[in-house]
Write a protein that binds this ligand. Structure first.
Ligand code: ACO
Length: 326
């Protein structure tokens, strides 16, 4: 099998920033509550005329540029998102057209906050086997569009953004060493959007009862997150034959600083080996892990040969972990 890794990276976040102080004016909350419970200080919010594909497109252009590739070279486009522009065409098809990636196959992948790592695993398998030479994998979400800004339990947690990578062949010894993907569908009822699908199509009633917004049982999701951050990490490290002492950089899903801290303790990792940007972006769902990865790379925190651990968890419930030698 070919060695497959990341050969280009890009990101984009909308310009508008919503701070905790802004939220204090909208709902009954405080900067102190939000920072102490979540670590979040501000988040980026898409403009009214911006949709997920707009963020994803800009991140994709950056990734292509950093890989020195043209869109016409792309074989496959995967967009991990739970906030596609519309039910169909897929956001990946919208991006394929806008980039002019004429020969690329394109599809969306739905695994909420784990979506990017699911996408990396999917793309890696296509390239490893030789079916394709490369893939553009984008994690992009506009959670602001499915957030109820009268519900203080959820509206302080989410933000918008996009991260993109090009997956392709890398020299032997480098690239992805292992993935661990999983799902616990039984926990799906802790985090969902009830209406707008085939079970409960959009209607005046569903709009009035706010069933098009995220429902979350925060405590249950929190417990799940802490548990699977531990188990998924152990499994993926063992599959890759890597000891936790040899992790150079840990890139966790950015949902809550307390979840990240508990994973850091379990892995016995110092803060300089962990990427944390939840304070500036909040939880951007599928964009969270790639935004952290791309920021780490842009700020010189990832060097050639580094062992990078990425772990996502979220709706489904799902998780995805990977070990990559950069
Ligand atoms: N401001 C002030 N008070 C608040 C706020 C707020 N923004 N939100 C909730 N509260 C109140 C609650 O009403 C509750 O009050 P009560 O005790 O009178 O009922 C109190 O604060 C404490 O609530 P808890 O649920 O105990 O707070 P907790 O410390 O568990 O933190 C949080 C809540 C931040 C949501 C946490 O549970 C969490 O981060 N869960 C995980 C969420 C997550 O990771 N989701 C990821 C997936 S998202 C996706 O896939 C799209």
């Amino acid at each position: 099998l070919r060695s497959v890794g990341i050969i280009g990276t890009g990101k984009y976040v909308p310009e508008k920033i919503l701070t905790n102080q802004d939220l204090e004016k909208i709902v009954d909350t405080s900067d102190e509550w939000i920072v102490s419970r979540t670590g979040i200080r501000e988040r980026h919010i898409a403009a009214p005329d911006e949709a997920t594909s707009d963020l994803a497109y800009k991140a994709a252009l950056n990734a292509l540029e950093s890989a020195g590739m043209s869109a016409e070279d792309l074989d496959l486009i995967i967009v991990a998102t739970i906030t596609p522009d519309m039910a169909f065409p897929s956001t990946a098809c919208l991006i394929q057209d806008r980039l002019g990636a004429k020969k690329a196959a394109a599809f969306d992948l739905s695994a909420a906050c784990s979506g990017f790592v699911y996408g990396l695993a999917t793309a890696t398998n296509f390239v490893q086997t030789g079916m394709y030479n490369n893939a553009l994998v984008i994690g992009a979400d506009c959670l602001s569009r499915i957030t109820d800004y009268t519900d203080r339990n959820t509206c302080v947690l989410f933000g918008d953004g996009a991260g993109a990578v090009i997956v392709g062949e890398v020299p032997e010894g480098r690239g992805f060493k292992a993935f661990d993907l999983g799902a616990e569908g039984a926990g799906g009822a802790h985090l969902y959007i009830e209406a707008g699908g085939s079970r409960l199509p959009a209607s005046v009633e569903t709009l009035e009862s706010k069933k098009h917004y995220i429902y979350m049982n925060g405590r249950e999701v929190f417990k799940f997150a802490v548990r699977v951050m531990g188990t998924a990490t152990e499994k993926v490290l063992s599959k890759a034959g890597v000891d936790k002492k040899d992790i150079d950089l840990f890139i966790p899903h950015q949902a809550n600083i307390r979840i990240i801290n508990s994973a850091m303790e379990r892995l016995e990792l110092p803060e300089d080996k962990v990427v944390i940007n939840v304070d500036r972006y909040a939880n951007t769902s599928a964009a969270s892990v790639p935004l952290a990865l791309v920021e780490a790379q842009e700020t010189g925190r990832i060097k050639e040969g580094d062992t990078v651990l990425m772990v996502g968890f979220g709706g489904g419930l799902t998780w995805g972990a990977s070990v990559l030698v950069w």
